[in-house]
Design a protein around this ligand. Structure first.
Ligand code: MEV
Length: 436
């Protein structure tokens, strides 16, 4: 067992791992070749036990028109065809009214769990005094947030009687302006926990009170954004393939209904949304794990996991909407530290957190629209395989001429790693023979 690893220098960590797990020389070489020449010191500060960097592609989907403003959206994603799908939808919808987005609410919440001999009724009667004591305990911290337009917006006491009769949750609502606010909320909650103990002990020091935990909730159903796409059904010709635009719209509607009622399909449907969402969340230095957790909980709010999108076909018009919670920030945390996150925000014209919520929602909707459109027409493999072919060719070190010929050859054939390798080996052999 390796002991004291976190105290080692970066070089010692690598040497220790190589020795302990009998790793080849290439282990160290690959780590070293992924170091950043100038900024490694900065990257080392983001987490613990950093020994190198893990690169993901930094891509851009241009041509988004969101509420009449044009954006080129940065997307960090490794899955082939996600950026192509987003760009294709962006291009189509920019000519059909663009993405109409709206922030519906910006409230986040935190939870203070505690166990006490006080009854729910007694605590409820004391709530006005408790909340003013708690507000007072965090006055200094909330003062700055209030100046930026945020602060504490409410308190709600609930009983956790399913756990035990003496355990409660004080749910505190916050607005955090342009920051994601995790640190602000957690700091407030911990201080309020101490204040709650002090308050109740001052009231009656014979009764037991203990804090179980104080932490923000990543369930943010009141930090909601909505995105809508709408056009005459006949304009959908560009996507309808062998179908008429009307049939395409009906097939699309059925796909959305299936994702509403079949949870297994809903998960995949929503994954298509998250392809776009996570890519922008990552590119802007936001916490994609928090977003994922919150979005999927929201998708289950009615008791069964369901699609996040809705569709209406009425008066010859196709209207497609997405609603989801996105607790994002554009100041603080990694957004202000990571050079690429800063660059993304620059590319997006330094958006507020609310504007970023709308951009991210549009990216999710673009990806989902392209995915569902492909699924109900040609299927997704056609587009996927084109990108997959490029990846396989790159892995097999194909030169530009080989790539061009392979793409032509595979335009009518099934793509697989073995088929491409077989084709390339044969081509290379043929060319070698010609050289002699
Ligand atoms: C693949 O990354 C995403 C899709 O599976 C989404 C969907 O099925 O709607 C194509």
């Amino acid at each position: 067992m390796i002991k004291g690893f976190s105290k080692f220098s970066q070089e010692q960590k690598v040497d220790t791992l190589a020795a302990q797990f009998n790793l080849p020389v290439s282990f160290k070489e690959t780590l070293r070749s992924h170091h950043h020449r100038e900024l490694q010191g900065l990257y080392n500060q983001f987490a613990e036990n950093t020994i190198s960097n893990f690169y993901l592609p930094y891509n851009v989907a241009p041509g988004f028109v969101i509420n009449k403003k044009e954006y080129a959206i940065p997307m960090v994603v490794e899955e082939s065809s996600v950026v192509a799908a987003a760009s294709k939808a962006a291009k189509f919808w920019s000519a059909h009214g663009g993405f109409s987005t709206k922030v519906l609410s910006v409230t986040k919440s935190g939870q203070l769990f505690f166990t006490t001999e006080w009854s729910f009724e007694e605590l409820s009667a004391l709530m006005p005094d408790i909340t003013s004591a708690l507000r007072c305990s965090v006055g200094e911290i909330t003062h700055n947030m209030e100046k930026r337009g945020g602060g504490i917006t409410g308190f709600k006491l609930t009983s956790e009687s399913l756990v035990d009769e003496q355990t409660y949750c004080l749910m505190v609502s916050f607005e955090t302006a342009d920051s994601m606010g995790a640190n602000f909320i957690n700091t407030c909650l911990e201080k309020m926990g101490d204040a709650l103990v002090t308050f109740l002990i001052q009231k009656n020091d014979n009764r037991h009170i203990e804090i179980n935990m104080a932490i923000l909730s990543n369930y943010t159903p009141e930090c909601l954004v909505q995105c809508a796409l709408s056009c005459p059904i006949e304009d959908l010709q560009a996507y309808s393939g062998v179908y008429s635009p009307q049939d395409f719209a009906l097939r699309f509607k059925k796909a959305v209904s299936l994702a509403k009622h079949n949870p297994s399909r809903a998960v995949t449907h929503n994954k298509g949304i998250m392809n776009g969402i996570d890519a922008v969340v990552l590119a802007t230095g936001n916490d994609f794990r928090a977003i994922e957790a919150g979005v999927h909980a929201y998708a289950s709010r009615a008791g069964a996991y369901a699609s996040l999108t809705d569709i209406v076909l009425e008066n010859d018009t196709f209207t497609y909407t997405l609603k989801l919670p996105l607790a994002l920030g554009t100041v603080g945390g990694l957004t202000s530290l990571h050079p690429m996150a800063k660059l993304s925000l620059l590319l997006l014209d330094e958006p507020s957190a609310s504007e970023l919520m709308q951009i991210v929602a549009a990216a999710g909707m673009a990806n989902n629209f392209s995915a569902v459109a492909a699924l109900v027409t040609s299927g997704i493999q056609k587009g996927h395989m084109k990108m997959h072919l490029s990846n396989i060719l790159a892995a097999l070190n194909a030169d530009p001429m080989e790539c061009q010929k392979a793409k032509k050859y595979f335009s009518e054939r099934d793509v697989s790693h073995s088929a491409v390798k077989l084709y390339l080996d044969a081509e290379r052999l043929k060319n070698k023979r010609h050289e002699y």
